[in-house]
Structures are given as structure tokens and as C-alpha cells.
Design a protein around this ligand. Structure first.
Ligand SMILES: *Cc1c(COP(=O)(O)O)cnc(C)c1O
Length: 400
């Protein structure tokens, strides 16, 4: 063995030697990505809608509370009086959790478990004759009366009843009401363009709704709940409020019109799990989409698209560590991302804030939506899928 080779192998041996005192691992709380849900933010947003709109608020908690988890209780404790979800199974889970508030489920197949809904006192939306008859026959079997909201399509071309069948649907519902099988307690519509409050389309669709209500009255129906507005309508189109606003996005701090200053509720963090120093011209991640321009330090965060981070945000995405912004470099992998922290003193276990209300220089959900070409709704809904949620704010987390 040459002297140089002997020297090199001695070095490797020295590096492989286990230190006499093993370094302590970072605190346990630092090892996983965490998703914080700020209950106070949701409470504040609900109160804003209840006060500013002057109409009762239906808290829309479909898709697991837009990814925020069990938030119906918070909404109801802060001014919401109704709860809204897409499907009957979603509504049943809320009832099983002890939520007794008036509840509406609006998107169900013809063979849904209508008897479950009737038995649990869950209102259902009806958009077709097939659904109407299925619900009425379930009510007959259950020996009860189904509470219905007839849903008129005013322009979405989605799940509402088409205008051509509206009058006949009202007639059929009125006949079943007389027979005691159903009670039409509400009429609903959904605006296609409320995110553009000044759009004339809102005027057109509101008129269709008003006409639909008039037709229902003429056919003998006496619904007490007339609801058209979702978040954007409730905020920016007072003429769309009627007797109830169905508020989803707004509860979580999202104004689809991008005007109102609501409070985002989510904070997403991940610890620095790995640090390494690399030379200039080092390729990073799959395909080497990014190559270092100079020697730098890379921090690996254990979070990726499998946790809901949009892969498409590559090239733009940033995180905040110790209040400073750093870019995510290379591709966003399923379980990890690489952050270029330059020559800064970042340490193992430091917490990277990927997304939050924006109060600590961290990116917001709106930033992530813009970086990845989508809307905030999609960002927050995806994050809830795999991340374990902590029902307290990031501030509360560090308060003790
Ligand atoms: C999701 C949904 C809502 C809530 O809409 P936001 O814009 O999130 O407030 C209201 N109504 C219907 C029919 C929906 O599907």
C-alpha cells in the first residue's frame, strides 16, 4: 500500500469510528411534518360571516372540512347555525360525532342511504324526479317525512335540476308533501361566477333563482330556507344572500374573489431532517432539474407530494426557516424536498414553515396556489389527507 493510500484509508476509518458520546437526537416533536389548524382563525372567520352578512351561516365542512378536520364544532360555537356537506356518509359521521345542528347533504346518487338521512334528521337536496321518488319511498319505508331542499340549476350545468323540469319537479314534490312523505323546507341554487362579483352572469343567475322560487310558490311549496350564496356571494353580492349563506372556503380563510382579508387557519411545518454541504455544479433530485451555482448547504425536509404538496410548484416554491425564505430546489418528491439554505446557520431539527398565515415571512396557501397554477381550495384539501393534524395554532404549539 502506498503512503497516500494508507493515509486515505486511515481517514475513512476515523470517519467511521463511533463517537464515544452519542449525540442526542432532536426532540421528538421535531421529527415529522405537522399540520396545525388554528381554531381561533376559523372562529374569527365564522363570526365575520355571521356579523358582516347578517344572514344565518351554514358551515360547509365537506371533504373533511376542506382538509382541516373536525371543525364543525368550532363553526357552530361561533355563530354558524347549519352544517353542510356533500354526501350522506359525511353527514352521518357528523351526527355520530354528536352534532345535532340542522344539516344538509346535497350530492347523492339515486341509491343513496336516504333512510339513514331521514332517521338522522339530515336534510337532503333533490335535483331530479328519480331522486325525489327514491327519497319519498325511503320515507315511506322509514315511516317518516324527508326534509328536502330542491336544487335548481341556475347556470352551473352541474347537479341542480334543469330549468325545463323545474316546474314539474315542484308539482311532484308538492303532491308528495300533501301525502306526508316529504317536506320541502328549502330551495337552493349555486352561482357559477361569484368569484367575479361584478360579472353580469351573477345578475342573470340570481334572476333565474328568484323565478324558480316564484314557480315553487305557485306550485304550492312553502320553503323557509332560500339559499344561493356561497363564500364569494355572501361576501360580495349582498343580493345573493336570501335566508342562508353556505360558507365553505371562507371558514378556512379563503376568499375566492381575493378581496376580503380573512384569516388562514392552516400552518404546515416540517423539521430539517438532514443537512449536507455540496460543491458547485451538484445536481439535485430526479432528472437533475436543478444544479447548484455555488457551494452551498442543502436541507432535506420529510414532506412531499404524497403529503399534498403540489409537485407543480417546483421552480417557485419556498419555505421559511428561522424567519428567512429559502427556495425548494429540484423536484418535489413523494416524501421529501430539498431546500437550499446557502451558508446560513441552519441546524438539524430546525422547523421549516412551508405554509401559514404569512405572519412569520412564511409562504401562504395563496402563494402555493399561484406557484402551482391552482386555487387555494385544492391546496388545503390535499394537505389534510396524510398529514396528522394538530387542532391548535402554531403559536399555541410553542406557547408552553
Ligand atoms: C362547496 C359548496 C359550497 C361552498 O362553497 P365555498 O365557495 O367554498 O363557500 C356551497 N354550495 C355548494 C353546492 C357547494 O358544492
Amino acid at each position: 500500500m502506498t503512503a497516500a493510500a494508507a493515509h486515505a484509508s486511515a481517514q475513512v476509518a476515523a470517519q467511521a469510528a463511533v463517537p464515544a458520546v452519542l449525540p442526542a437526537p432532536p426532540p421528538a416533536a421535531h421529527r415529522l411534518a405537522e399540520l396545525y389548524v388554528d381554531r381561533r382563525a376559523i372562529a374569527r372567520n365564522v363570526r365575520h360571516f355571521a356579523h358582516a352578512t347578517g344572514t344565518p351561516v351554514m358551515a360547509v365542512v365537506k371533504a373533511d372540512g376542506f382538509g382541516h378536520g373536525d371543525v364543525a364544532e368550532i363553526a357552530l360555537a361561533n355563530g354558524a347555525t347549519w352544517v353542510g356537506v356533500a354526501t350522506i356518509p359525511e353527514a352521518m359521521r357528523l351526527r355520530e360525532r354528536g352534532i345535532a345542528a340542522p344539516m344538509l347533504s346535497w350530492l347523492n346518487p339515486v341509491d343513496a342511504d336516504w333512510e339513514d338521512a331521514i332517521g338522522a334528521g339530515i336534510d337532503v337536496a333533490v335535483t331530479s324526479f328519480e331522486q325525489l321518488y327514491a327519497v319519498a319511498s325511503a320515507a315511506e319505508r322509514a315511516g317518516g317525512t324527508a326534509r328536502l331542499h330542491l336544487h335548481l340549476d341556475i347556470g352551473m350545468s352541474r347537479e341542480g335540476a334543469p330549468a325545463e323540469s323545474w316546474s314539474a319537479l315542484c308539482v311532484a314534490a308538492a303532491a308528495l308533501e300533501t301525502a306526508g312523505r316529504v317536506r320541502v323546507v328549502g330551495i337552493m341554487g349555486h352561482l357559477s361566477s361569484a368569484e367575479t362579483p361584478a360579472s353580469r352572469q351573477n345578475d342573470v343567475e340570481r334572476l333565474r333563482f328568484v323565478n324558480g322560487v316564484r314557480v315553487a310558490h305557485r306550485r304550492g311549496l312553502t320553503p323557509s330556507e332560500l339559499h344561493l350564496a356561497a363564500t364569494a356571494g355572501a361576501l360580495h353580492r349582498p343580493d345573493s344572500r336570501f335566508t342562508l349563506s353556505r360558507v365553505g372556503a371562507g371558514l378556512y380563510g379563503i376568499d375566492p374573489a381575493g378581496i376580503a382579508a380573512l384569516t388562514p387557519a392552516l400552518t404546515l411545518t416540517a423539521p430539517v431532517a438532514h443537512l449536507r454541504r455540496v460543491a458547485a455544479n451538484t445536481g439535485i433530485g430526479y432528472g437533475h432539474d436543478h444544479t447548484t451555482a455555488r457551494a452551498t448547504t442543502l436541507a432535506v425536509l420529510p414532506i412531499g407530494y404524497g403529503d399534498g404538496l403540489p409537485r407543480a410548484a417546483q421552480e417557485h416554491a419556498q419555505v421559511a426557516i428561522r424567519g428567512r425564505r429559502y427556495p425548494i430546489v429540484g423536484r418535489i418528491s413523494m416524501d421529501q424536498v430539498v431546500v437550499d439554505v446557502g451558508n446560513d446557520a441552519v441546524e438539524l431539527g430546525d422547523i421549516a414553515v412551508l405554509m401559514g398565515p404569512g405572519t412569520r415571512h412564511e409562504p401562504t396557501m395563496r402563494d402555493w396556489a399561484e406557484w402551482s397554477g391552482t386555487i387555494e381550495h385544492e391546496i388545503v384539501t390535499r394537505l389534510g389527507v396524510r398529514n396528522s393534524r394538530v387542532l391548535r395554532s402554531y403559536d399555541e404549539r410553542w406557547a408552553r
